[in-house]
Each structure stands twice: as C-alpha cells, then as structure tokens.
Design a binder for this molecule. Structure first.
Ligand SMILES: Cc1cc2nc3c(=O)[nH]c(=O)nc-3n(C[C@H](O)[C@H](O)[C@H](O)COP(=O)(O)O)c2cc1C
Length: 312
C-alpha cells in the first residue's frame, strides 16, 4: 500500500480525525492529561460523568487492582453541571478534538434537563448517556437493564438536545444487550457505546472484609475485553439490519492498536480507551498510532474499512 492509511471516521453525527477516544471517568476533564500529549491527536475525549448537582462519590477505598484489570466504586464523583460549564468547558472548547460530555442522572426528567443545559454549548460535540445508573424513581434498578426506561431516557435527551448528537452507553450487566441497544436506536440515539464496567467484588481473605468500602465495584481493563467484543458483535448484526445509520463505539480492555482493530472488526466504528490510561497516561495516543501501523501492515487504506470486517 502506498501512502499513509486514512484514519478519519464518521461517527454518530461527528467527523473524527481518528477512531480513538478517551473513555469517561478515566481521562478527568481532559486537561489533566494535557502535559502528556495534545488532545488534538485523539479522535475525541469523553469527560467524567456530569450530574445536575455536584457529587462526592463513595467513601474510600474505592479502587482495587484485580488480575488483568481493576475494580472501581468511585460513585460518579463530579463537580456538577454548572461548575463544569463555568470551569472546565472553556478550556475544552479550545481543543481541536471532539469533546463528548457523559451524563449521569437518576430520572428521565433529569436526563432531559442535563441534555438541554449542555446541548449546543460551544465545545460540546456530543452527549453520551450513562444508563448504568440507578433509576431512583423505579426503586434504584439501573436504567440500562431494561429497554423501556432506556428508550424513555434516550427520547428525553434527544428531544432536549436538538442538533447535538446523543450517544447511549450500555451496561454489560444484562443477559442480552440487543433489545436495550434497539430501544436506544429507536428513540433517536446516533451511536450506541458498549461496554461499561462489569459488576464485581474483591475480598481480602486475611481481614475477611470486602476490599471496596462500597463492597461492589465495576470491573474494567484487559480482563473484560472478550465480553466487550462479544457484545459489540452481538449488537452489530441487529443494528446494521434495523438501524444502519446508528454507529457502534466499542470499549472494554483496549490496551493496544490491535485490540482497537479487533473491536472495529467486530463492528465498532470507533473505540474508547479507559483503564489503559492509568498504566500509561499517553495510552490513547499510543493506541491511535499502533492502529495506524496495523492498517499500514495489513494494507488497509481506510481505517473505516475495518468496521464489521470479521470473517466468520
Ligand atoms: C475509574 C473509572 C471511572 C469511570 N467512570 C465512568 C463514568 O463516569 N461514566 C461512564 O459512563 N463510564 C465510566 N467508567 C467506565 C469506562 O468509561 C469504560 O466504559 C470501562 O472502564 C471499560 O473500558 P476499559 O476497560 O478500557 O477501562 C469508568 C471507569 C473507571 C475505571
């Protein structure tokens, strides 16, 4: 192949310069990583989950290392939407990359309110709904486990967001992700992102205590890659047949360019990188570069040609 591969992708209403995006909750508000590399070299970045009011999160310990990954029970600590807009968004708006705001809410109305507050603001390229949070009005069960509430939340956000694309990020803590993904697509999501963390726990046998103060936490990192690949592949067939305009964003355990290529072959248009940024802060950049090298080695002229290219 002559020349460099074309790394641009069209994703969920956005044009990205490459398919690698920093994942929510692992990249702060973006600026924290700017000493390590220019965020303009990424396809995009997703900021920490933002809620209407500031949240302290859970008590410590709220992180534990596990074999091939980590557990976290941060509890969605964040500074709240108004402080985010005043203190973080002006810097983000000056970066030459797609800034996606991840939203955390506990009712359908709150999701709509948050989407309406952020949509259209300078620097907000898209909104990503974290539907793994408890639906307080429905007894605390996660919205994301049930297609009905996922459809309602998506519709409320889409209506409030106007021209700003809405992406929906799914939980893997369901038996079958397909009906939930379909509910999001039917309600107007431009992209479906998967996967969030898998529910787990760690025990210290010597003290006979749970390691995390919250007892349960979300498992992320290389250990979950096979689950993420399976879910992207599972969702892709039905979405492609019924909602071909809705893109998939794959994540879970990506730590190399080849990992990213695997997610794209399974059906993702782009990928997000989370836990890998904790082992090395320039992981996203390294993965984007390695993905380019992979394309060059495999004579793939356009990285977008990888999407759905799995031979079965
Ligand atoms: C410490 C930590 C905080 C996270 N916070 C959020 C969050 O606020 N919103 C969200 O949608 N996902 C959050 N996630 C999930 C990640 O964005 C990602 O979906 C998950 O970790 C799987 O990718 P990975 O294996 O590359 O980390 C968080 C993950 C970690 C490890």
């Amino acid at each position: 192949m002559s020349g460099k591969p074309d790394m641009r992708v069209s994703l969920g209403g956005l044009e990205l310069k490459n398919p690698v995006i920093a994942a929510s909750g692992t990249f702060g508000y973006g600026r924290e990583y700017s000493p390590f590399f220019d965020p303009a070299r990424l396809g995009g970045l997703v900021v920490k989950g933002i809620s209407l009011k500031p949240r302290e999160g859970n008590p410590p310990p709220r992180i534990a290392e596990t074999a091939g990954g980590m557990l976290n029970a941060i509890g969605l600590a964040n500074l709240g939407v108004e402080a985010f807009i005043a203190e973080k968004l002006p810097w983000l708006a000056r970066q030459d990359t797609a800034v996606v705001v991840n939203l955390y809410a506990e009712s359908v109305d709150e999701f709509g309110e948050l989407a309406g507050r952020l949509a259209g603001l300078d620097g907000v390229a898209a909104l990503e709904l974290n539907v793994s949070c408890p639906n307080v009005k429905a007894g605390g069960m996660a919205f994301g486990c049930d297609p009905g509430p996922v459809g309602q939340v998506t519709q409320a956000a889409v209506e409030a967001a106007g021209d700003t694309p809405v992406w929906v990020k799914l939980t893997p803590n369901v038996a079958d992700p397909v009906p939930v993904a379909l509910a999001a697509a039917q309600a107007g999501a431009r992209a479906v992102c998967l996967i969030n963390t898998l529910l787990g726990m760690a025990i210290d046998a010597r003290t006979r205590k749970p390691v995390l103060a919250n007892v349960f936490g979300g498992l992320s990192g290389p250990a979950i890659k096979p689950v993420g690949l399976r879910m992207v592949w599972q969702v892709r067939g039905t979405l492609a047949a019924q909602h071909p305009g809705v893109d998939l964003v794959g994540m879970g355990g990506i730590a190399s360019g080849v990992d990213a290529a695997e997610y794209m072959l399974a059906g993702a248009t782009a990928v997000q990188v989370g836990t890998a940024s904790f082992s090395r802060p320039d992981a996203c950049l390294m993965i984007a570069q390695e993905l380019g090298q992979f394309c060059a080695e495999e004579s793939v002229a356009r990285v977008s040609d990888l999407t759905g290219g799995l031979n079965t």
